[in-house]
Design a protein. Structure first.
Lengths: 276, 283, 398
């Protein structure tokens, strides 16, 4: 019994002694949209630098920036631009914020594959997500209740959609919120009347994406890589890394992402590379 | 008359038997579902390698290691503390308001939802004390979660030791502390260990307390120190089931993770049962 | 010397004894201190203010009114008690499309001036801008009085929109009702099942079956919440959707199903204990009077154990209310006051889990979530106390 306690104490002290290496790991937190990209970049980066210690956690762009504020992350990954007051708060606490653009992402509007509707204007989308339009027949579909899905409020995607498509209006009361994008795809693929928005990279054959018009119905554009690159698809957003101070590993990782190799990974995951 | 009485009894008993088997059925359904879908995923690679390809391949080793560290950390914190607390209330405390108060507080702590522990752990350990998202913060939070369980089971274990043991020891000239150390504790040991084992099961499965205190989505390098974040099995299952670009493709990994979790719980329960039985036999 | 060490050890033990009390106290302090800070904060998002033209008679607007205005649902000042004038919404970023960067000066120091001009020349305007850029004492501008978030805003508010701009809404009624609905339905399902199985185990089942069932129930109790959530998400949600012919499967009902299963072991084991403590003498007496086993059970044993069973149910409720992960994954998380159990709901624990990460430390959202935690704590504490009272009443009866 005594020996057991002794052994356990030694193990824990030895483990704790590693605190000499306090915080050598580069912590990345934030956007669930950027998460898969960061993960794949980490995997590629670590093939070249196996000693590098990086960790990534999701939760939404808001989580990343809040963590940057409280000093619990090195890099905040975000799918929306940092808000004015967030920047202010950071500067007030004496931290200078650096912004790095790492890729672009298109936002696809997705519906159930059996839904006959194939195109919608921004105004129609706004009415759907603010709760004004409630039935698919009002937008050219069948007589079926529209069930909009949104992300949680911490999501940059949520904020971006609100800004770009809803023109800053608030989402309807009682909209369903999924904690992560994957959940939206899952739910939409199971629910005939559903509609939601996801990062372009998340679209798979379980859901159908629709063509969107930002000019009141004159032209409808399909979300494809070319249409994003030639800037005809209207719902595109930049993806950012924000940091205050970063040591070597972090800087090297960011440089990797911006390099041609890193950008290849961007395409592979389904996002849009920087050099359009 | 007697006929209807008998019939009523038969019906009642059948209904209850049915209910009993329904509950058993639910358990089997859940277990079966996970085992059936997860067993194919388990392999050497699955247990011992890190996730690859956006969580659709590879394994869950970092999560297993993370959970392991959290188990050690939380038990290291909760056990000595809990045992000492139980020793105090059983062996020393007089039956006054203080003891009553302590008992009430322990019960209350036990009924607090795990998310409140997560909230508290975040504000105390991560923010105020500045540990950040770390194994340390996570272990302390989980430790608080299992503390009431440890205290309760240790109290029961100590109470179960017959008074005669203590009296005999004192008669031989030992003082209180010696009695406790050499007589009571060893006698209560199996039950205390049972509590330990069940706590381990609890710690490995809790998600809410670690959401904001330690959990990382992807940390292929194992944590270097207690100030690092860590992956953990329950959080890993949660993210596999709800995030990632290709939930469908990651589904097998999720089943595998769920299976590993269930196996741990099963193992702990069985172990606790075996020890209990052995102890009862020795009596 | 030895005596000194002994005294030291005793002191240490005494200290450990108080650790649970200290922890509970700390939890209360942290939760309530942070949570009550919410009522010191203003309704408008921190760091921002609302400016209107000085001729506008309106002095202040409620968070709900602000939301409706900025959503375009209220379009005229007369709808909120002002003049018959169209409301012109102005968000801060618009200043950049009206003036060029040069006009705004180096370091944007001319913004307050330019903003003042815009407001001054637009009688129906309401401008939502950072406080830093508000030139409050200029002519033509009036700042709306910022009220503090009130108790009724929080406890009786019907909308929970923590990131709404300009004024977040922190009404907890949808969350409260969501939590209560899911738990209530769960208990309705779990009571007959749980008490029934308890009776079965305590009175009817033979030794062999007990040996099988008891470990099975303990296993059910040990399955992690997230595994239940996973099962619910992948199995129950589609089933509920198909059999109910519903639009979607993520509903309060699905949550209740899972919670019922999770509360079962608690109910079963405590109720079973209560039933077993019925003195043999009472049972024998009943049998001697000619009752058969079943009659004994329902006329003698159950009434005797009724307070224990009640305590079991109450504790089951407590378990259900505090559950986080499983409900987060299956209830759809829509913050609305539910009208039926086949709608999506958002519970208090799920809200905390989903939103805590993004709430900046010390901000109003953060405080609102802590207050939610405090509310949850009080609810579960009350339940725990009620259970205590019920089961101690039984002791007095004896």
């Amino acid at each position: 019994m005594k020996k057991l306690i002794l052994a356990l104490s030694i193990i824990s002290i030895a483990f704790g002694c590693n605190t000499a290496n306090k915080k050598e790991t580069v912590t990345i937190k934030g956007s669930d949209t950027v998460l898969p990209l960061t993960q794949e970049e980490m995997e590629a980066y670590q093939e070249k630098h196996p000693e590098a210690a990086i960790s990534v956690t999701g939760g939404g762009s808001g989580v990343g920036i809040a963590a940057l504020l409280s000093g619990t992350t090195d890099i905040a990954q975000s799918s929306r631009k940092i808000k004015f007051d967030e920047k202010l708060k950071l500067e007030e606490s004496g931290k200078e914020v650096h912004e790095v653009l790492i890729a672009y992402d298109a936002l696809s509007i997705v519906i159930h594959p059996d839904n006959q509707v194939s195109k919608l204007t921004r105004e129609q989308l706004e009415d759907i997500f603010t709760g004004k339009t409630t039935n698919w027949k009002e937008v050219g579909g069948e007589d079926l209740k529209i069930i909009p899905y949104a992300r949680e409020t911490s999501s940059g995607t949520y904020e971006f959609f609100k800004e770009s498509v809803l023109k800053d209006k608030n989402y309807m009361n009682g909209i369903l919120s999924m904690p992560a994008t994957g959940g939206i795809i899952q739910s939409i693929s199971q629910t005939k009347g559903a509609i939601g928005y996801v990062g372009f990279a998340y679209v798979n054959n379980k859901v159908k994406d629709i063509h969107v018009s930002y000019d009141n119905g004159k032209t409808y554009i399909e979300p494809t890589v070319e249409n994003v690159k030639n800037e005809s698809y209207p719902i595109v957003r930049p993806l950012f890394y924000y940091y205050t101070n970063l040591h070597e590993t972090g800087k090297s990782f960011i440089d990797f992402i911006l390099s041609s190799e890193g950008q290849k990974v961007v395409s592979k995951v389904g996002y849009i590379t920087l050099n359009k | 008359m007697i006929q209807t009485k008998k019939i009523k009894e038969q019906i009642a008993f059948s209904v209850f038997r049915l209910l009993g088997f329904m509950v058993l059925g639910v358990l089997l359904w859940i277990l079966g579902f996970i085992i059936y879908n997860g067993i194919g995923v388990i392999s050497w690679e699955f247990i011992f390698s890190a996730p690859t390809d956006g969580m659709t391949g590879g394994g869950i080793f970092p999560a297993i290691v993370g959970t392991f560290y959290l188990i050690i950390g939380s038990t290291l914190f909760a056990f000595p503390l809990g045992i000492m607390s139980a020793i105090y209330t059983v062996e020393y405390a007089k039956n006054n308001w203080l003891t009553k108060f302590i008992r009430i507080m322990t019960n209350n702590l036990a009924s607090i939802p795990s998310i409140v522990f997560g909230l508290f752990g975040m504000t105390l350990f991560v923010n105020t004390l500045g540990f950040g998202d770390s194994i340390l913060a996570g272990s302390l939070t989980l430790g608080l979660l299992i503390l009431p369980v440890v205290i309760r089971t240790t109290e029961e274990a100590l109470k179960a030791v017959p008074k005669t043991y203590r009296l005999g020891s004192t008669a031989l000239g030992a003082n209180k502390i010696q009695t406790i150390k050499r007589v009571v504790l060893p006698a209560a040991f199996p039950n205390i260990i049972t509590g330990l084992i069940l706590s381990i099961g609890r710690v490995s499965g809790e998600t809410a307390p670690i959401l904001f205190t330690v959990a990382a989505y992807f940390l292929p390098q194992l944590p270097h120190s207690i100030f690092d974040q860590a992956m953990a099995l329950p959080y890993h299952l949660y993210v596999l089931a709800t995030s990632g670009t290709d939930i469908e493709a990651a589904r097998p990994m999720a089943y595998g993770t769920a299976l590993v979790l269930i196996v741990i719980v099963l193992l702990m329960n069985t172990l606790a049962g075996i020890i209990k039985k052995r102890f009862e036999k020795n009596k | 010397m030895k005596k000194f060490i002994d005294k030291l050890i005793e002191g240490l033990l005494k200290l450990s004894g108080t650790v649970t009390g200290i922890t509970v106290l700390l939890i209360i302090v942290f939760l309530f201190k942070e949570g009550s800070g919410l009522f010191q904060s203003s309704t408008v998002e921190k760091g921002y203010t609302l400016l209107v033209n000085s001729e506008n008679p309106i002095d202040k607007l409620s968070p709900e009114e602000l939301k409706h205005i900025f959503d375009g649902e209220i379009e005229n000042w007369k709808q909120v008690g002002g003049r018959d004038e169209a409301i012109r919404i102005f968000r801060f970023d618009e200043i950049f499309s009206i003036y060029t960067d040069d006009e705004l000066g180096e370091d944007y120091d001319l913004i307050p001036e330019k903003l003042g001009e815009v407001i001054h020349t637009n009688p129906g305007i309401i401008a939502y801008i950072p406080q830093k850029y508000a030139a409050k004492n200029s002519r033509g501008i009036k700042e709306l009085i910022q009220e503090k978030i009130g108790l009724s805003d929080y406890f009786l508010g019907e909308e929970w929109l923590p990131t709404a701009t300009p004024a977040p809404l922190f009404g907890i009624l949808p969350l409260l009702f969501g939590t209560l609905l899911v738990s209530f339905i769960a208990i309705l399902i779990a009571i007959p099942l749980g008490v029934g199985v308890a009776i079965y185990l305590a009175e009817i089942a033979n030794e062999r079956i007990r040996k099988l069932l008891k470990p099975a129930i303990e296993l059910l109790a040990g399955i992690p919440s997230v595994v239940y959530g996973f099962f619910g998400l992948v199995v129950l949600v589609p089933i509920v959707q198909k059999t109910g012919g519903l639009d979607l499967g993520e509903t309060a009902f699905t949550g209740s199903l899972i919670l019922a299963i999770m509360a079962l072991p608690t109910i079963i084991s405590i109720a079973e204990d209560a039933l077993r403590t019925t003195p043999k003498a009472m049972r024998d007496a009943s049998l001697a009077l000619g009752a058969n086993k079943w009659q004994t059970i329902y006329k003698v044993v159950i009434p005797f154990a009724s307070s224990g069973i009640a305590a079991a149910v109450v504790l089951g409720v407590g378990r259900a209310i505090g559950e986080t992960m499983a409900v987060l994954m299956v209830t759809g998380n829509a913050a609305v006051i539910p009208h039926s159990m086949f709608e999506s709901v958002r519970t208090i624990p799920a809200t905390i889990a989903a939103e805590l990460g993004e709430a900046p430390s010390g901000g109003t959202h953060y405080q609102a979530l802590f207050l939610l935690g405090a509310v949850l704590f009080i609810i579960t504490l009350t339940i725990s106390i009620v259970a205590e009272i019920i089961s101690s009443r039984k002791m007095i009866k004896e």
